[in-house]
Design a protein around this ligand. Structure first.
Ligand SMILES: Nc1ncnc2c1ncn2[C@@H]1O[C@H](COP(=O)(O)OP(=O)(O)OP(=O)(O)O)[C@@H](O)[C@H]1O
Ligand SMILES: [Mg+2]
Length: 281
């Protein structure tokens, strides 16, 4: 669905993307992860034909991005900050404007609002929406024309857990329906939960790519065990013979309340690869 070969993009002297290559097969959710300023939004803009690039080849749905027609782009669903809403229009009016442009049946507007749980906010002005409702309206708009490929730039940024879960559910439903999803996020839990594959972007390069579990296992070099003792204290052991003897002794003395292996997260994988933290501490 997406193919990038040696894609480079600079703003002035600042090389944001440096010979990036990757492919995205149909029907999966791919997450692009990287710290603020890594070039995630820039890449989405390039993939959706909103921004040119300096070198390389980029094609989406088998077509060079430069040759994409309006009909091709009608198969894209895009949710990003710069695809704003008409603040003085209601939720329904915002979608109606979009439906008119895309020649979508008006009945789809009500359906789309319902699909994101905004049926009670039909008459609410965009300016009066909460953050979570706003994100859901943006998502409804991105999805209401049944796109084949969906680009989501930080779809849950700043949302409460419930709104986040709602958005995750919709994204997973779209995948089930056969859509390909390309999303960016800072949120490692989100990436681990949603994505079939993640790409880690740093300093203009994709430094690693793979399934979230696969990457975590690959970089789980120092295996740790966390133990909570009967006095409420917590101890961490590195998995080796010496720790095994200590832990056996603690078990024998009946001191252990809980014991579990400490799984590495995508956050620790990223930290190990780049020395940088993905999420703000
Ligand atoms: N139009 C532009 N002109 C000049 N520099 C730009 C422009 N757009 C982006 N940049 C620069 O390119 C770099 C990457 O920006 P981009 O918005 O793609 O990062 P990002 O990974 O999406 O960050 P964030 O996680 O904060 O959204 C930044 O240093 C940014 O300042
Ligand atoms: Mg961005």
């Amino acid at each position: 669905m997406i193919s990038c070969r040696d894609l480079s993009k600079s703003f002035g002297d600042h090389k944001v993307l440096d010979k990036i290559s990757f492919d995205v097969p149909e029907g999966i959710i791919v997450g692009l992860l990287g710290p603020s300023g890594a070039g995630k939004t820039t890449l989405i803009k390039i993939l959706t034909g909103q921004l040119g690039f300096d070198e390389g080849e980029v094609s989406v749905m088998g077509k060079d991005v430069a040759d994409l027609t309006g009909t091709d782009r009608d198969k894209f669903g895009i949710m990003m900050d710069n695809f704003g809403l008409y603040e003085r229009f209601t939720c329904k009016e915002n979608l109606q404007v979009f439906a008119d442009v895309y020649h979508i049946s008006p009945s789809k507007v009500t359906e789309a609002l319902k699909s994101v749980g905004l049926e009670d906010a039909v008459k609410t002005k965009a300016s009066d929406l909460s953050k979570g409702m706003r994100a859901r309206l943006l998502l409804a708009r991105a999805l209401m024309h049944d796109p084949k490929i969906i680009f989501l730039d930080e779809p849950t940024s700043g949302l409460d857990p419930k709104s986040m879960r709602g958005i995750h559910k919709i994204i997973l439903e779209k995948k089930k329906a056969g859509c390909t999803v390309f999303l960016t996020t800072h949120n490692m839990d989100e990436a681990a939960k949603l994505c079939d594959e993640v790409m880690l972007l740093d300093d203009g390069h994709i430094v690693e790519r793979g399934g979230p579990d696969e990457l975590c296992r690959k970089y789980n070099k120092v295996k740790k065990i966390s133990v909570c003792l009967d006095d409420g204290s917590r101890e961490e052991f590195i998995q080796d013979n010496e720790s095994a003897a200590k832990i056996t002794e603690l078990i024998r003395d009946g001191r252990i309340e809980t014991i579990h292996s400490k799984e590495p997260t995508l956050e620790t994988v990223f930290l190990e690869l780049t020395g940088k933290q993905l999420e703000e501490a």
